[in-house]
Design a protein around this ligand. Structure first.
Ligand code: KG4
Ligand code: ZN
Length: 345
């Protein structure tokens, strides 16, 4: 089965082709970062309009890359939530129109399920069940993944998502939006001993997170110490160290609580090298295994949507004719596909 995946939930237009036997055939991504950077954050209406401009040329591009014709497609998967409503509607409209014209099924995919399962595009992939640490710009979750569609949320952020905290702190340090990767780069030059920020909520039981206090710690430090280049690098380092250690402590706690020794790291912040190195080392020490998607599939992409779409369409799921997107949509409302082992690559 050959499935086209369309991701337009936020500020990236991601398109990919996934085939049941051969795996990922082609993928392409257009990022709107430059468009939004002058506003210091995403402008939803501009995002929708840019998706309209890009989606069709990118569909043509992946088809050409994979040497496929439109008529080779067996199904179309698109992100239908959570995300920006206008942006989601562009992908949904595109998928539905193509599905109607080609007389093939379409299926709306949960964006976070895409992130959770992006690791299945790698050679080194986990068996079920596993624990996922999903850290993106909008979400911070620890999830027990029992099978495809069987997700139990073990912990989540009570305020800012990790990526959001990275972005807000980066802005405070004068870095341009989205700022997470730039802050991480700046932190490499920072002195790890100059400032020590709190590790939020690690002294309390449970698996929830809170990151808004770290952004305040950074702000207070700027007020006291100023914003010269060295201080900014030292603050970036203290911030990143606090985030990484907090995520490591909570991930290890989730592993201990569930007895599941496989951890998948997903979402944009999963591209952070310090986080990857710390998790790798600490989970190895505990005789556990950690799995990461390649860097380009940590952040938003069409490949993860094409993959999930292929698995679900292959299992006989498809949309009704009506057009429906869900800007807010809980991950644990998803339907399961059983048995999961049948629906590998
Ligand atoms: O998953 P994603 O592409 O979009 C959402 O679904 O939110 O994640 C984007 C987030 C942004 O907040 C960005 O700053 C952060 O991931 N990010 C990073 C790094 N690369 C991207 N944060 C820390 N270190 C990085 N290397
Ligand atoms: Zn995302």
């Amino acid at each position: 089965m050959l499935v086209l995946g369309i991701e337009t939930s936020c500020d990236e237009t991601g398109i990919a082709l996934y085939e049941t036997q051969s795996g990922l055939l082609a993928h392409t991504l257009y990022s709107q970062v430059e468009l939004h950077s002058e506003y210091g954050g995403i402008v939803p209406e501009l995002a929708s309009r840019d998706h309209v401009r890009k989606v069709l040329p990118l569909v043509r591009e992946v088809l050409a890359k994979a040497n496929c014709a439109l008529t080779d497609l067996d199904g179309i998967a698109y992100t239908c939530g959570p995300g920006l409503i206008g942006a989601l509607l562009v992908g949904a409209m595109m998928a539905k129109s193509m599905g109607y014209a080609l007389n093939i099924p379409t299926l709306g995919i949960h964006h976070l399920e895409g992130h959770l399962l992006a690791v299945m595009l790698e050679e080194k992939k986990p068996e079920f069940p596993f624990i996922a640490l999903l850290v993106s710009g909008g979400h911070t979750l620890l999830v027990k993944v029992q099978a495809i569609g069987q997700y139990t949320i073990l912990g989540e952020t009570l305020d800012d998502a990790v990526g959001e905290a990275f972005d807000k702190t980066a802005k405070l340090l004068g870095l341009s939006y989205p700022g997470g990767a730039a802050l991480a780069k700046l932190a490499e030059q920072g002195d790890p001993t100059r400032f020590c920020f709190p590790r939020p909520m690690v002294d309390r039981p449970g698996l929830d997170f809170s990151f808004s206090g770290l952004k305040t710690a950074a702000l207070n430090t700027v007020h006291l110490q100023g914003r010269d280049a060295k201080t900014c690098a030292d603050i970036a380092r203290a911030f990143e160290d606090a985030v990484v250690e907090t995520l490591v402590i909570k991930s290890l706690r989730a592993i201990k609580a569930t007895g599941i020794h496989r951890l998948v790291v997903a979402g944009g912040v999963g591209a952070n090298q310090s986080l990857r190195a710390a998790l790798f080392a600490r989970i190895f020490e505990q005789a556990g295994e950690v799995f990461f998607p390649r860097l380009e599939f940590c952040t938003d992409n069409g490949a993860m949507i094409a993959y999930v779409g292929c698995v679900r369409l292959n299992a006989g799921q498809y949309d009704t004719a009506s057009l429906c997107v869900s800007p807010r949509w809980a991950l644990d409302e998803l339907s399961a596909i059983m048995p999961a082992e049948k629906h590998g690559k």
